[in-house]
Design a protein around this ligand. Structure first.
Ligand code: FRU
Length: 400
């Protein structure tokens, strides 16, 4: 277990889950809206906290309600918030994120007007109390000074630096870190075609450090001082949510290096943890075994003329499935009339010509397409519809 201080931004992430990334100037419906604490260092520290490190964040907070919520959430995540600088001017930084459910891509629009941590504030922290310092490579007005005092006062504690974007003055501080994470965004901004090219070039600016360049599904490149550049391939997985994957990768690497592992093993650990993260929504329970989702049925079992009622987690009376044209419709097996299963008295009768189905209790007829009651005691009420995913092999999954 190490004591780790992370220095960077804390953000309110407003995440909209959408089927596919929308075209410009279009209007689409989101399937879900989630609020999360984000920011690269905050995400990395949350993963490190799950890896059983004692972690603290040095960041800035506004004085609005969102900042209160973020503070509380960070503390629930095991992140010490005592080194936070408060500002009256500016609001909690916000990211508006479109999370595409078709490929797990996350598109971030970020807004901030809150000042970043000042050198004077950082200088008052007893950094000698920590075993590791991890910096976001931003705030270049104050970062060089912070790295300078860290280098001056720390004798053996490693300093890691995350370089996500190219920023004026970034090259000059690279000599101050022991581990540097370059993102593929940075590499692309500099015109490098892959991580190997990026690290070979950046080696001149940082001869002393472990260098890593991550490139999503293309894996990660890495090199130690005086060593050649190596590559670690990414696991072939179905990506559900890539938001914060790079931050989690950094946590996996820091965790391994802090335990004395060699860089190649640390990069493998980072990649494995990032792959684990990408297969779930959010950053909770990263160390728990991945919940294996089971299909609730297969398309081949469905017909337009009768319903199939299947069991599903969290659905007391099961889920009513029926084919509608070439699609699947899924409803909670519960009649809005009297809160009883549609199958309480008998099976659900289907009229494929009228495209309706009938509750067995009081003969309410519902449209198969959208579950609206078109005849019977709960006229114009709706069955509760459920989102499902139909895979190419016909397997049907209940969405979260
Ligand atoms: C993910 C992330 C988000 C945040 C954004 C800030 O890496 O940290 O949580 O909104 O990037 O750039």
């Amino acid at each position: 277990m190490s004591k780790i201080l992370g220095i960077g931004n804390c953000v309110l992430d407003i995440i909209l889950s959408i089927n596919d990334y929308p075209a410009e100037d279009s209007e689409v419906r989101a399937n879900k809206k989630t609020l999360q604490v984000g920011g690269n260092v905050a995400n990395t520290l949350y993963a490190l906290s799950q890896l059983k490190h004692e972690v603290a964040i040095c960041t800035t907070f506004a004085t609005d309600d969102q900042a209160k919520w973020i503070t509380k959430t960070l503390q629930e995540r095991g992140i010490n918030t005592e080194f936070t600088q408060k500002f009256i001017q500016g609001a909690t930084p916000t990211s508006y994120i479109n999370l595409s459910q078709s490929n797990g891509s996350r598109t971030i629009v970020h807004y901030r007007d809150l000042p970043e941590v000042s050198f004077d504030f950082f200088a008052k922290i007893e950094i000698e109390d920590f075993d590791w310092l991890h910096f976001e490579g931003r705030n270049l007005e104050h970062l060089p000074g912070m790295l300078n005092i860290a280098k001056t006062f720390l004798t053996h504690q490693p300093i890691s630096l995350e370089v996500e974007k190219d920023r004026i003055g970034i090259d000059a501080i690279l000599t101050q870190a022991n581990v540097i994470f370059f993102s593929h965004h940075f590499a692309k901004q500099r015109g490098f075609k892959d991580g190997a090219e990026c690290l070979k070039a950046m080696r001149q600016a940082a001869p002393q450090a472990h260098l890593i360049c991550t490139w999503g599904e293309n894996g990660a490149w890495f090199s130690s001082p005086n060593q050649t550049v190596n590559h670690h391939p990414a696991q072939q997985i179905k990506v559900i949510d890539s938001l914060g994957a790079g931050d989690v990768f950094n946590a996996g690497v820091i965790n391994a290096l802090a335990a004395g592992k060699a860089l190649a093993y640390a990069v493998k650990d980072g990649s494995d943890l990032a792959a684990r993260k990408c297969q779930q929504i959010g950053l909770d329970n990263l160390l728990a075994p991945l919940a294996v989702k089971k299909p609730i049925a297969n398309f081949k079992q469905l017909s337009n003329a009768k319903t199939l009622v299947v069991k599903a987690l969290g659905q007391k009376h099961g889920v009513v499935l029926i084919k509608y044209e070439d699609e699947v419709r899924a409803y909670v097996n519960n009649c809005p009339h009297q809160d009883v299963p549609l199958t309480e008295a008998y099976k659900i009768d289907v009229n494929p010509f009228e495209k309706t189905m009938k509750c067995s209790v009081h003969d309410a007829f519902f449209k198969i397409d959208d579950g609206e009651c078109v005849e019977g005691p709960c006229l114009n009420d709706y069955l509760q519809s459920l989102e499902v995913t139909l895979e190419e092999n016909g397997d049907i999954y209940l969405n979260d």
